[in-house]
Write a protein that binds this ligand. Structure first.
Ligand SMILES: Cc1cc2nc3c(=O)[nH]c(=O)nc-3n(C[C@H](O)[C@H](O)[C@H](O)COP(=O)(O)O)c2cc1C
Length: 229
């Protein structure tokens, strides 16, 4: 059984655009037998990492000084093989998500190695995570809006020496649905997202073809800008 921890960082939870693309992604994971543990960042009460001394490395290894919602997230993450962040594009992440990312430092071993020009840690021996992926929808037209958020998640993975599996990017996400519901083209994108999650389970990564199907332009920039008003 492959356990997957998914963190939905949208304050709008299942009702938001992030929820719209995350639902088929989770279905695709489950199609391939994953056991998914879904957390909503806005429901968790996670204090900002603020001891400033890395006590979780040097004083109480593996234990944060705070007892809050991270306790259950640590325990789920320790048993997960895949960690998925799902987030809207803010600059670069919604605040709740940034707090969670910082607090994950307690899962790292304080053994720093200099590799390929970068100082990297690694996961503690009791943490199973092998892959990290990002699922993100951007409000603006071009997919490059996700770059900064993607960089943050890639750095998180790199610092923990976890393989970065890839990014599901859905640009001009508002074009996927109207007041009448998801458009036929939107349905095709959601179906590609479900397939992408299946690929992640089967191969540990996403194929170029599926990433392109997920991100493909649905309307011209000019039309979308008019729509954004
Ligand atoms: C504070 C804030 C900043 C945002 N900045 C960007 C941005 O820089 N680029 C972008 O493509 N979308 C941006 N967006 C749009 C969101 O990424 C987009 O609306 C997203 O789909 C919302 O997801 P949700 O419905 O799950 O909350 C921003 C939204 C908010 C609330």
């Amino acid at each position: 059984m492959v356990r997957v921890v998914v963190i939905n960082a949208s304050p709008r939870k299942d009702q938001g655009h992030t929820g719209m693309i995350l639902t088929p992604f989770i279905a695709g994971l489950e199609d391939k037998g994953a056991e998914v543990d879904l957390f909503y960042a806005s429901e968790l009460k996670v204090k900002a990492c603020s001891c400033g001394h890395l006590y979780c490395w040097h004083k109480t290894p593996g234990e944060c000084i705070y007892q809050d919602s991270m306790t259950k997230l640590y325990s789920a993450a320790k048993n997960a093989r895949i960690l998925v962040f799902a987030s809207p594009v803010y600059s670069p992440t919604p605040g709740d998500l940034q707090n969670i990312i910082n607090r994950f430092v307690a899962l790292l071993d304080p053994v720093l190695e200099f590799r390929n020009g970068r100082t990297r840690a690694r996961l503690r021996a009791d943490v199973q995570i092998e892959k990290v992926a990002l699922v993100s929808g951007s409000g603006w037209w071009e997919k490059e809006n996700v770059n900064l958020l993607e960089h943050v998640i890639k750095e998180f993975a790199g610092n923990a020496s976890i393989t970065y599996a890839g990014t599901i990017v859905r640009p001009h996400i508002y074009a996927l649905r109207t007041s009448e519901g998801i458009t036929p083209e939107g349905e095709k994108v959601l179906s590609a997202i479900r397939q992408a999650a299946g690929e992640l389970m089967e191969t540990g990564e996403f194929s170029r073809g599926i990433l392109d199907a997920v991100s493909r332009p649905l309307v011209s920039r000019e039309v979308y800008e008019e729509y954004l008003g």
